[in-house]
Every structure is written in structure tokens, then in C-alpha cells.
Design a protein around this ligand. Structure first.
Ligand code: SF4
Ligand code: FES
Length: 240
């Protein structure tokens, strides 16, 4: 991919042409809040925290840097008064939605949200960033969960609000959630996701007895990689 140079707050910065601005900006030390971006997953532009001003062709506008492509002909402004105002407003809305979520409290404080709340408070735990649904679909490849509902009713759910039939228990949704909303419980024998109404038997290594992983995930991985069905009967350490 061709390398391009653009101006960021008056300094020259290089990036890959067509790639999102955000990673290039973070790489040079710009402090840009972001809650729905991950390098491995197609951007979604859900949280709008990563907004910057971009000047291009004589026009200046506010864009989400996680989905705006790097180009030679642009100048980027990451922390103007307008941008700070935008981010504060978004943090305020997030805080009204999820007042008890520690990550949102920290964010709001950092961005200078203070005083009387201007938006009516809810008690949600999910910020609707879409990282869980996207990792499940585009990285794991199973689409066990998705968004349902509109506006204030929007939420992440399993198909028909029932036990997810295709979930493999990998836990990617739990690991990627920026606000620790998706619960995963595990004991010696079973891994559970109460919100998805699923539970998975844990396979233990036939030689040393260590946990290898949820049975359904191991079967899925073996099938995808065209490995023998008993490949994960032993853990990595005990494999010859
Ligand atoms: S559950 Fe977590 S990862 Fe999924 S949309 Fe909500 S905040 Fe994002
Ligand atoms: S990180 Fe860009 S919109 Fe969320």
C-alpha cells in the first residue's frame, strides 16, 4: 500500500493511503479517545469519540478518524475547541446511558464533563459499540449475536432472544467488550455465558489434565483448520 503524508496539528505524519486515520494518529502520540475501534475489525463509527477536524479541498469538517481514510491532501486537527466540545457531548450522553460503568465515568472525567446532567439518566451497561457483534461475525465467523431493536430499544441479543445455537464459547465478545458488560463464568467443567443462555463443556488434556478449551470451540477450530477430530484431546504442551 502506498505511503502518504498529511499534516496533523501542523506536523507531518505518514500513514498508509486509504487506511483509517486513527491508528496513524495514535502512533504519533495524539490523545484520541475511542471506544469502538479495533485494528482487526472493520470500523463501524459507533461511538463518535474519535472525531477530528479534517481540511480537504478548502472545506473543513468533523469526521470520525477511525473510518476516515488517510490521504496526501488533507490536514487534520485533533484537539480544536469544536472537537473537544463534540467529545464532551458524546461523553455526557454515554454517562447518561451508563452512569455506573467505571470506564465511562473515567472517560467523562477526563473529557471534562461536569455539573448537572443535561440528559435523562438510564442504567444500561452496554454502550452499543458493536465490537462484540463485529468480532463474532468477522473474526470468529459465527454471528452468534447481533443488534436488535431501534433507538432506545437497541441492544445486543442472540437470535430470537433464545439460546445461541451457533455460539462456540470462545469468549471473544467478553474479551473485546470495552466496558466489561458480557459476562463469562467458568469452573472446572463448564464455561457459561448467562446473557447468551449458553454453557459449554470444558475439554481437559488427556495427558496432563490441564484445561484445553470449550469442546464446541475446539471442534470448530479443528474443522476450520482441517485437523483430525482428536487434535485437541491433548494440550499444546503435551503434543509430540
Ligand atoms: S456488549 Fe460490550 S462490546 Fe458489545 S456492543 Fe455492548 S459495549 Fe460493545
Ligand atoms: S472509535 Fe471511531 S467512532 Fe468509535
Amino acid at each position: 500500500m502506498a505511503e502518504v503524508t498529511f499534516m496533523v496539528d501542523g506536523n507531518k505524519v505518514s500513514g498508509e493511503e486509504g487506511q483509517p486515520l486513527l491508528p496513524a494518529l495514535l502512533k504519533v502520540g495524539c490523545d484520541i479517545p475511542n471506544m469502538c475501534y479495533n485494528d482487526e475489525i472493520p470500523p463501524f463509527g459507533a461511538c463518535r469519540l474519535c472525531v477530528v477536524e479534517v481540511e480537504e479541498g478548502g472545506r473543513r469538517r468533523v469526521v470520525p478518524s477511525c473510518s476516515y481514510p488517510a490521504k496526501e491532501v488533507i490536514a487534520v486537527f485533533t484537539s480544536t475547541e469544536l472537537i473537544q466540545k463534540h467529545r464532551r457531548m458524546i461523553a455526557e450522553l454515554l454517562l447518561a446511558r451508563c452512569p455506573d460503568v467505571p470506564q465511562i465515568q473515567v472517560l467523562a472525567q477526563k473529557l471534562g464533563v461536569q455539573g448537572e446532567a443535561r440528559f435523562s439518566a438510564k442504567q444500561e451497561g452496554c454502550i452499543l459499540c458493536g465490537l462484540c457483534t463485529r468480532v463474532c461475525e468477522s473474526v470468529v465467523g459465527v454471528s452468534a449475536i447481533s443488534f436488535a431493536g431501534r433507538g432506545p430499544e437497541k441492544e445486543v441479543v442472540t437470535p430470537f432472544l433464545d439460546e445461541s445455537k451457533v455460539c462456540i464459547g470462545c469468549g471473544s465478545c467478553t474479551y473485546i467488550c470495552p466496558v466489561d458488560y458480557i459476562k463469562m463464568e467458568e469452573d472446572d467443567k463448564v464455561r457459561r455465558f448467562p446473557q447468551w443462555k449458553v454453557a459449554f463443556e470444558i475439554v481437559r488434556c488427556k495427558k496432563c489434565g490441564q484445561k484445553v478449551g470449550p469442546k464446541r470451540q475446539l471442534e470448530y477450530m479443528a474443522k476450520k483448520a482441517d485437523l483430525p477430530a482428536d487434535f485437541y484431546d491433548v494440550c499444546q504442551n503435551c503434543r509430540p
